[in-house]
Design a protein around this ligand. Structure first.
Ligand SMILES: Cc1cc2nc3c(=O)[nH]c(=O)nc-3n(C[C@H](O)[C@H](O)[C@H](O)COP(=O)(O)OP(=O)(O)OC[C@H]3O[C@@H](n4cnc5c(N)ncnc54)[C@H](O)[C@@H]3O)c2cc1C
Length: 394
């Protein structure tokens, strides 16, 4: 008997991908009384290619779900200020405790994703790692009615589902199998190289900007500071990928000279991680028997550090829609997501062009801040009440 044979033959929801979007969605659905299976082809508690600065909306969700304490217990340092460096001009923004958010946090993905997976399992979701989606099952009318999953080592199983949710990231298999159309495409993309440093002081988030470049310092677990360097995808292809450590230091010296000068006295933990860039998109996030959430549905350039916060937001919006049942709530999920995402998406796309001057960039950041406040207000308005428990149909 392979490990998959122990699974039930039907669940209310099968969630593909168990990180920010998938584990949060599985947790919320299970807390509402649905029978949930979440699978991820990766290993439990593993890292992924992502820096991980959370914005207020993301921390608000973690606090509301009762998991922020676990993030703090894991030694994630609180962030009480965000500092923007435009060449020599410094704009220092204090993070005031508000809406149950005591501070911002940038938990390592090994901490954040594991915390959400544990919370999903504690709520009753069945979570299986090293299990991948290989196909979808459809009825005669084309409605998705289940998933074909395979575990490492080859065991394969078909599981029926009331809904299959693709939370499987940038190259979503679910999105591709259902042919989810793109509803908006970004024009720009920036590349990013980052590493973790010990022995480096950084109080708060620091974002640095210069002509055609960006950099940042993000305090995280283990007393380490994540330092990233951003540049155009063209520069990544022509220069950075040929000499990642050398180009990382060069870009840092251009974007954040003072930070670059402090690095030789610090120690790099592990190796540098490179992301060549990918233009953003929004996809239609639902159809008969399926839905998408997180990067699978909506990706924007990491330069505004908002993907995880939006994944947590949309997990909440989608879970509420699935619990209500039927298609109208899913259409409302799409409308709410679009309403809260479109302007953020456009601003991020423009910032990712790296083609602004400081005056334009400051105006873009002001608009971004206004949108983020609107997003937080919308989440606060959702209320702290959990979704109504429902009876499983599995
Ligand atoms: C370089 C970089 C820096 C970033 N920096 C930030 C930042 O500072 N702040 C921020 O908020 N966001 C940041 N982001 C964005 C953030 O990483 C994403 O928005 C976030 O990871 C989305 O979460 P997700 O759960 O949708 O997808 P993912 O985290 O990509 O998880 C998808 C999961 O699906 C699994 N999967 C895929 N296919 C299958 C399959 N067929 N079967 C089973 N499982 C499958 C994968 O194993 C993976 O675990 C950054 C992204 C990048 C690339």
């Amino acid at each position: 008997m392979n490990g998959l044979e122990a699974l039930d033959s039907r669940y209310d929801a099968v969630v593909v991908g168990a990180r920010a979007a998938g584990a949060a969605t599985a947790m919320l659905l299970a807390r509402s009384g649905l029978r949930v299976l979440a699978v991820d082809r990766g290993a439990y508690g593993s890292d992924t290619l992502s820096t991980h600065a959370l914005m207020r909306a993301g921390v608000l969700q973690l606090a509301r779900w009762g998991v922020l304490g676990r993030i703090e217990e894991a030694g994630t340092p609180p962030v009480h200020r965000t500092v923007f460096h435009y060449d020599d001009e410094v704009v220092d923004v204090p993070i005031k405790p508000r809406h149950g958010v005591p501070a911002l946090f940038a938990p390592r993905r090994t901490v954040l994703d594991r915390t959400l997976v544990d919370a999903a399992a504690a709520a009753g979701a069945v979570v299986r790692h090293r299990v991948r989606l290989v196909d979808l099952v459809r009825d005669a009318g084309g409605r998705v009615t289940g998933a074909v999953i395979e575990e490492d080592g080859g065991g394969r199983r078909t599981v029926r589902a009331g809904i299959v949710i693709g939370a499987d990231g940038l190259r979503s298999a679910v999105a591709s199998l259902v042919g989810a159309p793109l509803t908006r495409r970004g024009r720009h993309a920036a590349a990013n190289v980052y590493g973790y440093w010990s022995g480096l002081e950084a109080e708060g988030y620091h974002w640095h900007w210069g002509p055609g470049v960006a950099a940042g310092a993000i305090p995280t677990n283990g007393g380490e500071v994540l330092v990233f360097a951003g540049a155009s995808t063209r520069r990544f292809a022509e220069e950075i990928r040929l000499d990642v450590p050398g180009a990382y230091r060069r870009v840092l010296a251009e974007a954040a000279p003072e930070l670059a000068e402090r690095l030789p006295a610090a120690r790099l933990s592990g190796s540098l991680h490179g992301f060549p860039g990918h233009p953003g998109y929004l996809r239609r996030p639902w159809g008969p028997g399926w839905a998408l959430v997180g990067d699978a549905a909506y990706f924007k350039d990491p330069i505004t550090a908002h993907g995880i916060s939006d994944a947590l937001r949309d997990a909440e919006l989608l879970a509420r829609a699935v619990v209500r049942g039927g298609e109208p709530p899913l259409a409302e999920y799409e409308a709410a997501r679009d309403d809260l995402s479109t302007r953020l998406f456009e601003l991020t796309d423009r910032i990712a062009s790296l083609e602004w001057d400081n005056d334009e960039l400051k105006a873009l950041h002001q608009s971004l801040s206004d949108e983020m406040k609107r997003e937080v207000s919308a989440l606060v308005d959702l209320g702290t009440a959990e979704t109504e428990p429902v009876r499983s149909t599995a």
